[in-house]
Design a protein around this ligand. Structure first.
Ligand code: SAM
Length: 250
C-alpha cells in the first residue's frame, strides 16, 4: 500500500488481537447490539465484533480495502465514505473503533449530538489527556460523558507505528443529573457555531423555559463587554468559556 495513502487516512492497523479482545469485552456486547465501527481497515476488529453482536455497520473511506473487506461475515455491512458525513445516517446503539487520529475532534463533536449507549474507542494519548484536562475538551467531556480508561496501547501495537501511543477508552453518556449551570453550559456547547449572545438567548429559553424578551432582560443584567457577546462559542478557549459562564450563571 502506498505510504501517502497510509498517512492520508491514518492507516495504523492493529496487530495485537489482545487489544481487539479488550475492546469487545469493554463494550459488553450482546446479540441485540448494532455496532458502528469507524474505519474497519483490513477488518481485524470487525470480524470479532460480528461474532458477538447482531450486526456491525462499518464505515470505511478507502475503497482500495474493498477486496479485504469482502471477506467479512454476513452480519457486517460496509459503507464506503466519510464517517463524519455518514454517521448521521446510520442506526446503532454502540460504537467500537480504532479511530483515525485526524478525525478525533470532529467525531467527538458529532458524539455530543448523537444518542448511543457506549463507545469503546482507541484514541491518541494527546486527546485522552485533553479529555481529562482543564481546557475546552476537559470541560465538554465532563458535561457530556463518563470517560473510563480501559488500557494503554503503546504504538508498537500498530502497523505502521503511529507517532504517539494510544489509549483504549470507554465513553458513556453522562447519567448524573446536571445543575442549571451545567445545563446552560451544555446548551451553549451544542450551539457553538452561534455568537454567544444568540446561543445564550436560546439556551435560557430552553433551560429556564422563558420567552425571548425575558431572556433578553436577563442578559441585560450581565456585565460582559460587547466583544464577548459577539464571539462565536467555538472560538472561546476553555478558560474564556468558564469565565464567561461565571459571569452569566455565577
Ligand atoms: N480498524 C482497523 C484496525 O484497527 O486495524 C483500522 C484502523 S486505522 C487507525 C483507521 C481506519 O479508518 C483506516 O482504515 C482508514 O482508511 C479509515 N478512515 C480514515 N479516515 C476515515 C473517515 N473519515 N471515515 C471513515 N474511515 C476513515
Amino acid at each position: 500500500m502506498m505510504i501517502s495513502k497510509l498517512l492520508q487516512h491514518d492507516q495504523h492497523f492493529l496487530n495485537n488481537i489482545n487489544v481487539v479482545k479488550a475492546s469487545i469485552k469493554a463494550a459488553e456486547l450482546n446479540k441485540n447490539d448494532t455496532v458502528l465501527e469507524i474505519g474497519p481497515g483490513k477488518g481485524i476488529l470487525t470480524t470479532e465484533l460480528a461474532k458477538k453482536c447482531k450486526e456491525v455497520v462499518a464505515i470505511e473511506i478507502d475503497e482500495s480495502l474493498k477486496a479485504e473487506l469482502a471477506k467479512m461475515p454476513k452480519n457486517v455491512e460496509i459503507l464506503y465514505g466519510n464517517a463524519l458525513k455518514l454517521i448521521n445516517e446510520v442506526h446503532f446503539n454502540k460504537i467500537v473503533a480504532n479511530i483515525p487520529y485526524s478525525i478525533t475532534e470532529p467525531l467527538f463533536g458529532k458524539l455530543l449530538k448523537l444518542e448511543f449507549e457506549a463507545a469503546v474507542l482507541l484514541i491518541g494519548q494527546n486527546f485522552y489527556e485533553l479529555l481529562n484536562g482543564k481546557e475546552k475538551w476537559g470541560i465538554i467531556s465532563k458535561l457530556f460523558f463518563e470517560v473510563d480508561k480501559v488500557m494503554d496501547v503503546p504504538k508498537d501495537n500498530f502497523e505502521p507505528r503511529p507517532r504517539t501511543d494510544s489509549v483504549l477508552v470507554k465513553i458513556t453518556p453522562r447519567k448524573k443529573l446536571l445543575s442549571e449551570k451545567e445545563k446552560i453550559m451544555k446548551e451553549l456547547i451544542l450551539q457553538d457555531d452561534k455568537k454567544l449572545k444568540n446561543a445564550l438567548m436560546f439556551a435560557q429559553m430552553r433551560i429556564r423555559n422563558i420567552t425571548k424578551n425575558q431572556a433578553r432582560e436577563e442578559m441585560e443584567k450581565i456585565k460582559l463587554a460587547q466583544e464577548w457577546w459577539d464571539k462565536r462559542v467555538m472560538h472561546l478557549s476553555g478558560v474564556q468559556f468558564e469565565m464567561v459562564v461565571k459571569e452569566i450563571v455565577g
